[in-house]
Ligand binder design. Structure first.
Ligand code: AMP
Ligand code: TRP
Length: 338
């Protein structure tokens, strides 16, 4: 089972990224053959950004993933821009990607409205590069949060269309969206997902945030004025806290509801969730603080990861070129002869 996922090096990583994605990455290391995780710096160039900051954030994101439990010996951890096969494949795949589908992507629509200056062609092309990321490794499973569902559908369509047009070449991947925690909500505005760009500062909890500040944010989380700890549609704030606590404790939301059945004080519940989240993130924060400044070590890890990644992606891209008739015919050695 080959696993692939990508994470953007934009902004500080928050509890939504941690629960929706990073915990899945860590778990995938033992199942993945291999598990491949990519810091997608090229995706981050599709909206306005600062070059020096992008480089620093890419290193920080790598450090955070290692601090969260990714072991470069047990997975492939690399930076997208270090492996040119991704960009080459995205061009090749663009010939089987319908323009209309790209135009309809929700993320493209939302992000293009938010751009104050340039709506780049790169923003429209974002899902093609993402498809290339996964298809270049013939990955089977793609762990992501709920907001990536549409992008996963598109990459499946691209792989299927490619195989129909040029012959069986690519693996059609499956998304792995967790049942609980795939859409962690903003603590202040629980109708919205937690997000560095679209959320509220007080409602967004960062993975590297100090414990006292985490507890404070949970204490002031928006809930209704009831006293039941249940997941109901009219209780998005409480439902969010139940799911977060379930993940942090490694149990189910049903179990949390059972434990807190009967009238409860929401203030006490919020404090409990805040303290347990802070405690579970504390070791990640400590390891991150140690690693973060050590750019040389991080760059070594990324360079070794890029080598392993390229060794996997290059033969797949060669097959794609071959199937499409791009470049000279492949000379495969049969029985030792060229
Ligand atoms: P990004 O930082 O946009 O690259 O997102 C990295 C991963 O985190 C992706 O798999 C997203 O689907 C996931 N993610 C982002 N926000 C949330 C959220 N609020 N809840 C759950 N997962 C999320
Ligand atoms: N688009 C994803 C996000 O915003 C990041 C990403 C890029 C990705 N390439 C990927 C995720 C490949 C999974 C697989 O979160």
């Amino acid at each position: 089972m080959r696993i692939f996922s990508g994470i953007q090096p934009t902004g500080r990583k928050h509890l939504g990224n941690y629960i929706g994605a990073i915990l899945q990455y860590v778990e995938g290391q033992d199942r993945g053959d291999p598990a491949i995780y990519c810091i997608v710096d090229l995706h981050a160039t599709t909206v306005g950004y600062d070059p020096a900051e992008l480089r620093r954030r890419s290193q920080e994101t790598a450090a955070l993933l290692v601090a969260a439990g990714l072991d470069p010996e047990r997975c492939v951890l690399f930076r997208q821009g270090d492996v040119p096969e991704h960009t080459e494949l995205s061009w090749l795949l663009s010939s089987v990607t319908p323009l209309g589908a790209l135009n309809r992507m929700h993320q493209f629509r939302d992000k293009s409205v938010a751009q104050r200056e340039l709506v780049s062609a790169g923003l429209l092309f974002y899902p093609v590069l993402m498809a290339a990321d996964v298809l270049a490794y013939r990955a089977h499973e793609v762990p992501v949060g709920e907001d990536q569902r549409e992008h996963i559908e598109l990459m499946r369509d691209v792989a299927e269309t490619f195989n129909k047009r040029f012959g069986e070449t690519l693996v059609v991947p499956e998304g792995n969206i967790p049942k609980v925690g795939a859409r962690v909500r903003d603590l202040q505005e629980p109708e919205r997902k937690m997000s560095t760009t679209g959320g509220t500062p007080k409602g967004t909890v960062y993975v590297d945030e100090d414990p006292a500040s985490i507890v404070k944010k949970f204490k002031s989380a928006q809930t209704d004025s009831g006293n039941e700890i249940v997941r109901r549609e009219d209780k998005p704030g409480i439902a969010n806290l139940i799911e977060i606590l379930a993940i942090v404790r490694g149990t189910t939301p049903e179990e949390i509801e059972r434990e807190y059945s009967g009238p409860q004080r929401y203030g006490d519940f919020k404090t409990t969730v805040g303290e347990e989240v802070a405690a579970s993130l504390a070791p990640v924060r400590e390891r991150y603080a140690e690693l973060q400044g050590d750019t040389a070590t991080i760059e070594d890890i990324l360079a070794a990861g890029a080598q392993k990644a390229q060794a996997l992606a290059a033969p797949v891209v060669a097959d794609v070129r071959e199937a499409m008739g791009v470049g000279p015919a492949l000379r495969r050695s049969v029985g030792g002869a060229a």
